[in-house]
Design a protein around this ligand. Structure first.
Ligand code: CA
Length: 221
């Protein structure tokens, strides 16, 4: 993954580059604000680490221009001026996270991984397990490309299982996802819904783990 590091303090820039290089990232270093904006605007980056106080153009101005121009890579902002109002301003400008100086390199790496992971989730909002594809934006489900009409409760149950694909979800946890606090809970409601889902989806991907709960997983195909 290619990461743009924008930092005018050469000592910090060098240390960040070394750490990220050691962690397997490909680094572009930039110290000038104007140049940094241009690189981010024209090159493809998996993520950007952005200092705020820069010669040429301020980090917040750069970030606002990138976002206004539709550049949506994750941005981790670094700043010595770590006041809460500045953090708010940075996040409002489109920063994904904010790390005050001085910081530990391990924390920088962890936060970078987190913003990349979250942005990947946003980039591909569709959830897929085996042949089943669920689009949370439209609340639509297809199996091998064929749309399936599900009731709201069936949809909620499937969405929850798919979000936690590969994990055995206890029946009680599923029941809590399905019902509001004041609705009646029939003890076998989850079982009934699972049965209907299996019939509608015509798939064996939803497995029962007796005494534990249910799991959806693609398995080896
Ligand atoms: Ca600086």
């Amino acid at each position: 993954m290619r990461v743009l590091v924008v930092e005018d303090d050469s000592r910090i820039a060098g240390a960040v580059a070394e750490t990220l290089g050691g962690a397997g990232y490909v680094i572009d270093l930039e110290a000038d604000g104007e140049e940094a904006w241009f690189k981010g605007d024209t090159e493809d980056y998996g993520a950007v680490i952005l200092d705020l106080g820069l010669p040429g153009m301020d980090g917040l101005a750069i970030l606002k221009r990138w976002r206004a121009g539709g550049r949506n890579f994750p941005v981790l902002v670094l700043s010595a001026r770590g006041t809460w109002s500045e953090r708010v301003e940075g996040i409002d400008a489109g920063a994904d996270d904010y790390l005050p100086k001085p910081f530990e390199m391990d924390e920088l790496l962890a936060r970078l991984r987190a913003v990349i992971r979250r942005s990947a989730g946003h980039a591909t909002p569709l959830m897929a397990v085996g042949d089943i594809v669920l689009d949370p934006r439209q609340m639509r489900v297809t199996v091998s490309g064929v749309p399936k009409a599900l009731s709201p409760q069936e949809y909620r149950l499937l969405a929850y299982l798919m979000l936690h694909a590969g994990r055995v979800v206890p029946q009680q946890e599923l029941a809590e996802q399905l019902h509001g606090a004041h609705e009646d809970r029939e003890s076998n409601a989850v079982e009934v819904l699972i049965g209907r889902l299996r019939r509608k989806l015509q798939t064996g991907l939803i497995e029962t783990r007796r005494g534990f709960g249910y799991v959806i997983e693609a398995g080896d195909r």
